[in-house]
Design a protein around this ligand. Structure first.
Ligand code: PNS
Length: 172
């Protein structure tokens, strides 16, 4: 059975990698798919090509994982050949309500099943948005993201990292 792990991945975190790695041990093949929406393009830190590049770097060691992107409804993507089931990660109860709604809707409009993998508790507090926030101030996120994401964040927030390293912290 094949699976698809969809998401925004802006950028991919260690929590995503935990869920993906465990999914890759269960399913024959897992496609990590960056779901993108042209209307939301400006709202992301990393553009689509950057997110795909980071994901390719982070998943290169996983033999049965490939990286893809799609700009439409997830169920339409899933209808393409041999896509299998949707994988989503759950960190805490707070994720459940949102994920429950999406899973039901995807089954209603596309008859697609969703399987949940509980992210390791170690990553329960990690999200792409928090990682972006910390990195934007030059904070250390190296434990929370794979190396490919950490390097991309360092390049993106070059000035903030340099300032913090030099001890020039803003005091107001
Ligand atoms: O990483 P995210 O942002 O939690 O992922 C959410 C995502 C991209 C999986 C979800 O928004 C999605 O499937 N978007 C594609 C459009 C779609 O199919 N929407 C209907 C189900 S919400």
């Amino acid at each position: 059975m094949n699976a698809v792990f969809p998401g925004s991945f802006d950028p991919v975190t260690s929590g995503h990698m935990d869920v993906l790695t465990r999914a890759s041990r269960i399913f024959e093949h897992v496609t990590v798919t960056v779901m993108h929406n042209a209307r939301k393009q400006g709202r992301h830190l990393f553009d689509l090509d950057e997110r795909l590049g980071i994901l390719r770097g982070a998943t290169a060691h996983l033999g049965n994982v490939s990286v893809d992107s799609f700009g439409g409804l997830l169920v339409d993507y899933m209808a393409q050949q041999q896509k299998g089931i949707i994988i989503r990660g759950l960190r805490a109860v707070s994720d459940y309500e949102y994920e429950l709604q999406i899973a039901h809707l995807n089954r209603q409009i596309g008859e697609v099943e969703t399987v949940f993998i509980m992210a390791a508790t170690r990553w329960s507090f990690v999200s792409s948005s928090m990682v972006r926030e910390i990195a934007s101030y030059g904070g250390d996120v190296s434990e929370m993201v794979p190396r490919a994401s950490a390097e991309a964040l360092r390049l993106k927030f070059d000035a903030a990292y340099a300032e913090r390293a030099a001890g020039h912290l803003e005091r107001r």
